[in-house]
Design a protein around this ligand. Structure first.
Ligand SMILES: [Zn+2]
Length: 443
């Protein structure tokens, strides 16, 4: 049995509601002072909304403030390059720069001061510790250095041992587990089964690597029961999910071993809200609440953000947990950016993937929605979806029919499923792209 403590930061992670609210409020008011004094972007936005610093006296007043869209940050960097006028600190204080993956438009730059880096490291430590990393964890990190995920190196070193691995260096990764004693891993949720397939091709039993824990982020999926069971059975490990936001904080949510949703772990750094995606009405945090996640930074020097609309659609799964953490739990069920409307029905590609992943090992869980022409013509049923079948899927026409029927009954739209061989759809190191707009690729 491990003799390590249960929490990375007991005070923050187990704070009772009144203490938590008080701490968040103090940080919020401090951050408001800073933003009103230093952010040209928000001085303009607040002025336009007719809001003065004195109007904001408690956390309750957060709802008076305007929302921030991702497109505003992009525009801000176009008109005031390179960091935009939402940069609130002197240039010399910026110590590290990441860029967010440009899945929807050009990438944006994320500047971090020394203080910001410390805050990111602290929340990532809480997230990884919640997932089970301990001082005896040795963790290979496969990530390109410009990705936000590269910042996890700091947190891994603070807890245990880091083994940097280049992207695509599968043999180096395998070697770290076989010969160095690496015993834990961070990845996207789709990577482990792909990795298992390449291990088997080399005649290596995935279990022989001795991986105890895999923490998955970057895309939802680890929480799908069929995927989780398959990964846990294949590697003989625990498979948990976590999540952050490139524009806000590397790690904000993390699942504990009780697997009842990702705990909020960014106390003191981020104030989360859940709002109705259409009306932006603030919804109460209780089990079953579904809506869009909104973040306000509480301790950010370079790029403080207020009521940042994440486009992530989540459901609150728990407000208390056997592990003692008081941060509420969520699961992500889709993203506004990916959502397509098929004959008036909202369809989340992540939900399609969940349906397909529930059929693992008949499928590998990987999908790609093929949009052949721009809306509205292109988004009439049937929607063309490529699905990877598993290595032992059996009779493919029956599997195709089964997937189409399940999509029709669960997501209320008609699909035309094209089964493709395992591991032939593109794999992504950071964030999976579930939709391919073929009409944009034509020249
Ligand atoms: Zn828990």
């Amino acid at each position: 049995m491990s003799t390590y403590p249960e929490y990375w930061n007991r005070t923050m992670e187990t704070a009772a509601t009144p203490d938590f609210t008080k701490a968040q409020e103090q940080a919020f008011l401090r951050e408001m002072d800073y933003i009103f004094a230093n952010s040209i972007f928000y001085q303009r936005k607040f002025n336009e909304a007719g809001i003065k610093r004195d109007d904001i006296r408690s956390l309750e007043d957060l709802k008076l403030l305007p929302f921030t869209e991702k497109s505003e940050l992009r525009d801000s960097q176009l008109t005031t390059p390179p960091f935009g006028d939402h940069r609130a600190c002197p240039l010399q204080k910026i110590k590290r720069v990441y860029s967010t993956s440009g899945t929807t438009g050009r990438p944006t730059f994320i500047g971090l001061t020394q203080h910001d880096l410390q805050v990111w490291r602290e929340t990532a430590c809480r997230a990884f510790w919640t997932g089970g990393f301990r001082p005896d964890s040795m963790v290979p990190l496969v990530v390109a250095p410009f990705f936000i995920a590269a910042s996890y190196a700091d947190a891994i070193e603070s807890i245990g041992t880091l083994v940097p691995i280049g992207v695509g260096a599968t043999d180096r990764l395998i070697n770290a587990f076989q010969n160095l004693g690496a015993n834990a891993f961070l990845s996207t949720s789709s990577f482990p089964l792909h990795f298992a397939a390449s291990l088997r091709q080399k005649g290596i039993d995935p279990k022989s690597l001795g991986i105890k824990i895999i923490l998955a982020g970057g895309e939802p999926g680890a929480a799908i029961p069929a995927v989780r069971e398959e990964v846990e059975r294949t590697f003989g490990c625990i498979f948990l999910e976590m999540m952050g936001n490139g524009d806000m904080c590397g790690q904000i949510w993390s699942e504990c071993r009780f697997k009842q949703g990702m705990h909020f772990v960014a106390q003191g750094a981020v104030q989360p809200e859940i709002v109705n995606p259409e009306t932006h009405e603030v919804l109460p945090i209780r089990e079953g609440t579904r809506g869009e996640l909104v973040y306000t930074s509480l301790d950010r020097e370079c790029m403080p953000l207020v009521r940042f609309l994440t486009r992530d659609h989540v459901e609150v799964t728990q407000t208390s947990c056997e592990c003692g953490r008081t941060g509420f739990g969520i699961r992500v069920f889709g993203r506004t950016d990916d959502m397509i409307i098929v004959q008036g029905v909202n369809v989340y590609p992540a939900a399609i993937r969940d349906v397909v992943a529930a059929l693992v090992p008949l499928t590998t869980g990987a999908i790609e929605v093929q949009l052949h022409s721009p809306p509205p013509q292109g988004w009439f049923p049937p929607v063309h979806i490529k699905v990877e079948h598993g290595p032992e899927a059996g009779h493919l026409p029956s599997l195709k029919k089964r997937i189409e029927e399940t999509l029709r009954s669960q997501l209320i739209f008609k699909a035309d499923v094209e089964l493709v061989p395992p591991h032939t759809l593109p794999r992504y190191e950071y964030k999976a792209k579930l939709v391919r707009k073929l009409y944009e690729e034509r020249t």
